[in-house]
Design a protein around this ligand. Structure first.
Ligand code: PGA
Length: 249
């Protein structure tokens, strides 16, 4: 069995000072754990997060990246800029970006290819809305997001892609998918990857669950056969809560 991969998605939270304090508290709490750990923090916190986590088992991720190498893209950040300061992961296609900032499967693909090309590991987010689930479209939506969003990702690169299944209706709402719903959706995503890349490659891809995962429900979700980890929003903002999720068996 793979170790789990627990990533925090801080969204638009924490200043540099707060970032340093959080990481100093977290380091001793999670030292020596086997699970993979990452914190995806706002751009302004990245350099401090990389500095504070140096030599520890905590990796650092950004929450978005542009696909162009450089140029007239006011407000955007490139892969090279992130790589230079020591960032390892980048969240791509989070539902908040799809909902509020015009992210599409096409831009998800462009960002993902750019990240992979520059040596950043993308955490690609997929998931259905409540209306889509209630009208029985969950599988169609996931199939579209995976086939379009990862369309040109090569077999050589798929092992560097992390996928986060985040049903939109479960994000920040306190409603989690049931363990079976999450496991079923992730199993379906893995079957799509297996069709395209083969079973071994698909089994090697980390597929996280995200959406109101917390210190109370993490153990049950993470013990499901298909769930390789979590992408944690609210509960990643408090060191002790994040620790509990990281250590959930
Ligand atoms: P949540 O957010 O844990 O606060 O629901 C998860 C996410 O959006 O990645």
């Amino acid at each position: 069995m793979k170790n789990k991969f627990i990533a925090g998605n801080w969204k638009m939270n924490k200043t540099v000072a707060e970032t340093r304090q959080f990481i100093r508290e977290l380091i001793p709490l999670v030292a020596g754990v086997k699970n993979r750990v990452a914190l995806c923090v706002p751009y302004t916190d990245l350099a401090a997060a990389v500095e504070e986590t140096k030599g520890t088992n905590i990796a650092v991720g950004a929450q978005n990246v542009h696909w162009a190498e450089s140029g007239a893209f006011t407000g955007e950040i490139s892969v090279a800029m992130l790589k230079e300061i020591g960032v390892e992961y980048v969240v791509i296609g989070h539902s908040e970006r799809r909902q509020y900032f015009g992210e599409t499967d096409e831009t998800v693909l462009k960002r993902t290819l750019a990240a992979l090309g520059g040596g950043l590991k993308p955490i690609v987010c997929v998931g259905e809305t409540l209306a889509e689930r209630e009208s029985g479209k969950t599988r169609d939506v996931l199939a579209r997001q995976i086939s379009e969003g990862l369309k040109d990702v090569s077999a050589a690169d798929i092992g560097n892609v992390v996928i986060a299944y985040e049903p939109v209706w479960a994000i920040g709402t306190g409603k989690t998918a049931t363990n079976d719903e999450a496991n079923e959706a992730i199993g379906f995503i893995r079957s799509l990857l297996a069709e395209k890349y083969g079973k071994d490659a698909a089994d090697g891809v980390y597929i996280q669950y995200g959406g109101s995962m917390n210190e109370k429900n993490a153990e049950a979700l993470l013990s499901m056969s298909e769930i390789d980890g979590g992408l944690i929003g609210g509960a990643s903002l408090v060191p002790q809560k994040f620790e509990a999720i990281i250590k959930a068996k």
